[in-house]
Design a protein around this ligand. Structure first.
Ligand SMILES: [Zn+2]
Ligand SMILES: [Zn+2]
Length: 399
């Protein structure tokens, strides 16, 4: 790894004021999934100032492309997610508080977007120092698992041989980077099971089919899939959070609707739990004379970092800041992130940028909470990681 990355870290520190300004602008104007129109327009304007050509993808996504003027013909993709959450920010004295009632950047995506703009600024300033192509993916709708797949479908990855992304991490301190090969996040899927029965008076149950009773059995049977049908050493969640059935206290329910989510830690386990739940729901319904239909919505695959790219990214952190900044023991989360979808296509790594500072309220999490904040002193490190990884790959520094 070239040792001039130390200089790049210093240049990133020089962007602190600009990074903070960008982050606060996005924080004041948060937009939920698929509504990121203002955010996209700001990103386009900022990239244009840097001389980076842009293209709108999937309505509210922005693809920026920067060609290096030096040697080499590699391509790297860098991704930041841009959406906010339907969360009310707690009304306290932050000068950059959300101006959209009930909407807040409570997951740090304002920081990711600022960091990637910072990475773009650094790379644009160094375009004589590398060849090939950098593809900046400003992705909407991460929170609903609907952003990555449309971008991939629109060809946003181009010919990228590598992808790198990052998420802010309130659980680790500013100045550290969580980087772990393999599993980092679980898959996330959403299911709806509709049970069809036949209504009848409770005094004549033999004339009807009780959808509520069947649905109750499905809830119980589903838990056996986790405790009896799958390995106890591989984490798996099958949660049912909604059950709606019946219209009258003295009638058998005609229909029942169950809604829930599964979280798995490998691609085969994700497919298997779906099949098991489908079969179980059908069998239980058939046992009591009813029928079911199950609909699945894919939110995201499990997030599996490529081991080689994870090593490359860790070497970039070392080259930027010296040894001792990489944390490889960050706890696994069964939350999901659709960065995983890119990793199914291109080898890559997802890093966790430490943004927790015990002296700054809200920065140690939890995320998705109205009191959440992030330590803006971490933003230069995020920008340097994006630019440093891209330079490392494009200049062949990992060979
Ligand atoms: Zn989130
Ligand atoms: Zn997030």
């Amino acid at each position: 790894m070239p040792n001039d990355l130390r200089a790049l870290a210093a240049e990133a520190e020089g962007l602190q004021a600009q990074l903070t300004e960008w982050r606060r602008d996005f924080h004041r104007h948060p937009e939920t999934a698929h509504q990121e129109y203002r955010t996209a327009a700001v990103i386009e304007a900022e990239l244009a100032k840097l001389g980076i050509e842009t293209q709108r993808v999937a309505d509210t996504g922005v693809l920026g492309v920067l060609h290096g003027l030096g040697e080499g013909g590699r391509t790297v993709a860098l991704r930041a997610d841009t959406d906010a959450l339907p969360v009310q920010e707690l009304d306290w004295d932050r000068p950059y508080c959300s101006e959209n009632a009930g909407v807040m950047h409570a997951c740090g995506h304002d920081g990711h977007t600022a960091c990637l703009l910072g990475g773009a600024a650094l790379l644009a300033a160094h375009k004589n120092d590398f060849g090939g192509e950098v593809r900046f993916l400003f992705q909407p709708a991460e929170e609903v698992g609907g952003g990555a797949v449309p971008l991939i479908g629109a060809g946003a990855l181009g010919g990228a041989e590598r992808i790198f992304g990052l998420h802010t991490a309130p659980d680790i301190p500013t100045g550290t980077v969580g980087l772990k090969p393999g599993l980092n996040n679980a898959s996330v899927d959403h299911f709806t099971i509709t049970v069809q029965g036949r209504s009848a008076h409770v005094s004549t149950p033999h004339l009807g089919i009780d959808a509520l009773y069947i649905a109750s059995h499905i809830v119980i049977a589903a838990q056996a899939l986790v405790t009896r049908m799958t390995s106890p050493v591989e984490p798996l969640i099958l949660g049912i959070g909604k059950l709606q059935a019946g219209t009258a206290y003295n009638a058998l329910a005609e229909t029942a609707v169950l809604e829930g989510t599964t979280r798995a830690v490998s691609v085969p386990a994700r497919a298997r739990i779906r099949r098991l739940l489908d079969e179980t729901a059908q069998s239980v319904a058939a046992l009591y004379g009813g029928t079911v239909s199950t609909e699945w919505e894919d939110f995201t695959a499990p997030l599996l970092n490529d081991p080689q790219v994870t090593r490359e990214a860790a070497s970039v952190v070392d080259a930027l800041y010296g040894p001792g900044h990489v944390k490889s023991d960050r706890a696994l989360s069964l939350g999901g992130d659709d960065f995983a979808e890119y990793l199914l296509k291109v080898p890559g790594a997802y890093a966790y940028l430490g943004t927790g500072d015990p002296d700054k309220p809200g920065t140690q999490g939890p995320a998705h909470n109205g009191a959440f904040d992030l330590d803006e002193d971490a933003l230069p490190m995020g920008a340097a990681l994006y630019a440093g990884y891209a330079l490392g790959w494009l200049r062949g520094g990992f060979d």
